[in-house]
Design a protein around this ligand. Structure first.
Ligand code: URA
Length: 236
């Protein structure tokens, strides 16, 4: 047993050193670790399968494809939007339409790639007509998101837009008042909270594409970079 434990310690040390030297942008300690001592845990694929089978609300029957989320299962940073749009519904992938292209630019500006982070939504299915998600739909879907966060164990979550911020922080305060500040997001009883930064949704930015709004979002993202130890480019 002691030998096994030493072996798994050595393995973990090896992974951490390798990550350090190749500059891998992933979590250092693995809760989703599959070492000999740990119990088998749910995977992101298990959650995606549960989402696929879910019919807890009506939109489960009207959507084309479920959009569970995508990205690095060990991401230190997770972006959470509102719900898949029509384009996402077609492709079964999050943030691939116009707002998604802007989100990709934001991630790139942070010095990261989409594959480095995890991207998902509060709702896993597209509400017909792109209407706002209803509260009961969001609450029925929330356990999937919390399970995803528990698997990934990110350090930081960015809530994109009012809807995501309201559901995750259980508040109705305006996004303009919430953004730019850190909050604790408790996703499970056995894990410490992730730090959560609300900011404007990229779709809002596209609609109100002013310098001031872009700067507000960039300021918020710089705080995220700072917390994660990423280099930031300061704007005046
Ligand atoms: N808007 C969202 O909130 N999520 C998506 O996946 C796409 C657009």
């Amino acid at each position: 047993m002691a030998e096994k434990r030493n072996h798994s310690n050595l393995y973990r040390q090896h992974v951490e050193m390798e990550a350090f030297f190749v500059g891998d942008f992933t979590r250092r300690s693995a809760a989703a670790d599959t070492s000999a001592d740990s119990q088998p845990k749910l995977t992101l694929e298990d959650i995606a399968a549960k989402v696929e089978a879910c019919r807890k609300c009506d939109i489960g029957s009207t959507r084309l494809h479920p959009v569970a989320g995508e990205g690095n299962p060990r991401a230190r940073l997770v972006f959470i939007g509102e719900a898949p749009g029509a384009e996402e519904d077609q492709q079964g992938r999050p943030f691939v339409g116009r707002a998604g292209q802007l989100l990709t630019k934001m991630i790139t500006a942070m010095g990261l790639r989409r594959e480095d982070v995890f991207i998902c939504n509060i709702l896993k299915c597209h509400p017909l007509g792109n209407r706002d998600p209803k509260l009961d739909e969001a609450l029925k879907c929330l356990p999937f998101l919390k399970q995803q966060i528990e698997i990934i164990q990110p350090e930081v979550i960015v809530a994109l837009g009012a809807h995501a911020a309201h559901i995750l922080l259980e508040t109705e305060k305006q996004i303009g008042k919430l953004r730019g500040q850190w909050y604790d997001f408790y996703f499970s009883e056995s894990s410490p909270p992730a730090k959560l930064m609300p900011t404007y949704h990229p779709a809002y930015l596209l609609r109100y594409y002013s310098y001031e709004n872009r700067k507000r979002v960039w300021d918020d993202l710089q705080k995220v970079c700072e917390r994660l130890g990423l280099e930031t480019i300061l704007t005046s």
